[in-house]
Design a protein around this ligand. Structure first.
Ligand code: ADP
Ligand code: ASP
Ligand code: MG
Length: 437
């Protein structure tokens, strides 16, 4: 990755699907983009596909093919964001500013060749810089790039426009990457499930990484990794309200955290259980290698040592639901050579997690989490922890209740006292639509 060259006052503004869903919203986003340019910034805007376009394109693919070819899937999915960008460029031109829309490939987003979940490996932003130098507003189609090996169009995985935006912010030396979305920022839980969830003024990269990894889809995990690696502050905010949202920053720039910052959840989990697995060195490595070669991201893994000499082990792990068919294929292929007795799977699992930098130094958080779930009649099927996160795999139909119970039990509701940004720099000063300062 080339080092960022400082272009003064460059701002990257990313608008998500809901924020460009119809003509009125495209016009609204275009006005905000023009306002930023009028205020003197060089503006690059990254747009997502409109509304449910990506879901509709996926459904279209599955109407004609049981397992759509990944290369062709990317050709199809990448069109959604191109539509948004071309429309916004037209609207911006009508507002009196020159604008140009670019595909990911034209914008210099270079990725590896793993279709439908490609990683950005370079950003060659010369064309964007030239257009900015000419006084243009640049619209970049999010969620896509081009593979250097194959020269094919790739996509970056669901929510990938966030990563496009952060990668461009890093390459252009932008001060901040603004993520405009349909909520006012990052909340203490998904506001769709927990009505009294609180908007968090500041979140550390570390916490946001755990939150994104455990299902807080408001920012794509890779965008947070990228922002942390390149030191790009993210400002996640509402595309409808002018007030400030949530700043995602280095830990030193945040202050001491409460015990628990957020409760997150994911309903995108599938569990695979291997039974009768030979108990000898190297087996877990072979299983995980087969899954890695199939490009499957394994999350929680549980394996117990067999009780008696010579007996077989069981091994369970979770994978993203969409990767279940690919995982089962990969496992079937090694089943005989390893000598695995059975492969079972359950695709209706979910995960509830609590995240907080403060829990690192406080015992008892896990005990409280499990007790709260127990009292709510929620059976915990798997558990995984990190120093600042506790995750429980549970059944999907219980997840909303589990999130609400934990959110209340850890005092995260409307009466909670939120930490403020110690520098005051990022402290919200404007009343926002959700009624908090
Ligand atoms: P966009 O289309 O703008 O990228 P997304 O749907 O990807 O928007 O992300 C925003 C959504 O993320 C919100 O509508 C909200 O339901 C969901 N969400 C999940 N967890 C959280 C959280 N902790 N804070 C805020 N939003 C969250
Ligand atoms: N349109 C893509 C999706 O729905 C990418 C994005 O919106 O970030 O996942
Ligand atoms: Mg998103």
């Amino acid at each position: 990755m080339s080092a960022a060259t400082a272009d003064p006052h460059t701002v990257v503004m990313k608008f998500g699907g809901t924020s460009v869903a119809d003509a009125e919203r495209i016009l609204n986003a275009s006005k905000r983009i023009v306002e930023a340019a009028e205020a003197g910034s060089r503006v690059v805007a990254v747009l997502s596909a409109r509304g449910k376009t990506t879901d509709e394109l996926l459904a279209m693919a599955h109407e004609v093919s049981e397992r759509p070819h990944p290369r062709e899937m990317d050709m199809l999915l990448s069109t959604g964001e191109r539509i948004s960008c071309a429309l916004a460029a037209m609207a911006i031109n009508d507002l009196g500013r020159e604008a140009i829309s670019l595909t990911g490939s034209q914008a210099g987003i270079v990725t590896d060749a793993s279709h439908t979940k490609a990683r950005i490996i370079d950003v060659r932003a010369e064309r964007i810089r030239d257009a900015l130098d000419d006084g243009k507003i640049v619209l970049v189609a999010g969620f896509q790039g081009v593979s250097t090996n194959t020269l094919d169009v790739t996509t970056l995985g669901r929510g990938g426009s966030d990563t496009t935006a952060v990668a461009l912010a890093a390459a252009l030396g932008a001060d901040v990457c603004e993520i405009y979305t349909d909520v006012a920022g990052v909340y203490s839980a998904d506001p769709r499930i927990v009505p009294d969830a609180r908007k968090l003024p500041v979140v550390s990269f570390e916490e946001m990484l755990e939150m994104a990894a455990s299902g807080a889809g408001v920012l794509q995990l890779r965008s947070v990794e990228y922002a942390r690696n390149y030191g790009i502050p993210i400002h996640c905010r509402s595309s409808f309200d002018p007030g400030p949202g949530t700043f995602v920053l280095d830990e030193e720039q945040t202050m001491e955290r409460p015990l628990v910052t957020a409760v997150t959840h994911s309903t995108d989990e599938a569990r695979v259980t291997l039974t009768g697995v030979p108990d000898r060195p190297g087996i877990a490595g072979e299983v995980l290698t087969a899954l890695a070669e199939a490009n499957v991201n394994v999350d929680m893994i549980i394996q117990n040592e067999p009780e008696s000499e010579g007996s077989m082990a069981d091994m369970s792990f979770t994978v993203p639901r969409a990767d279940l068919p690919g995982s089962l294929d990969a496992l079937e292929a090694i089943r005989e050579s390893i000598g695995i007795a059975g492969i079972a799977s359950d695709s209706s699992m979910a995960k509830v997690s609590i995240v907080g930098a403060g829990m690192r130094s406080h015992p008892g958080v896990a005990a409280k989490t499990f007790s709260v779930l127990g009292e709510a009649g929620v059976n915990i099927e798997m558990i995984a922890t990190s120093p600042i996160k506790i995750s429980c795999v549970i059944h999907e139909e219980q997840v909303a209740d589990a999130v609400r119970q934990l959110h209340t039990a850890f005092g995260l509701g409307a009466d909670a006292v939120l930490p403020e940004d110690p520098s005051g720099k990022h402290r919200p000063t404007v009343k926002t639509g959700d009624g908090e300062a």
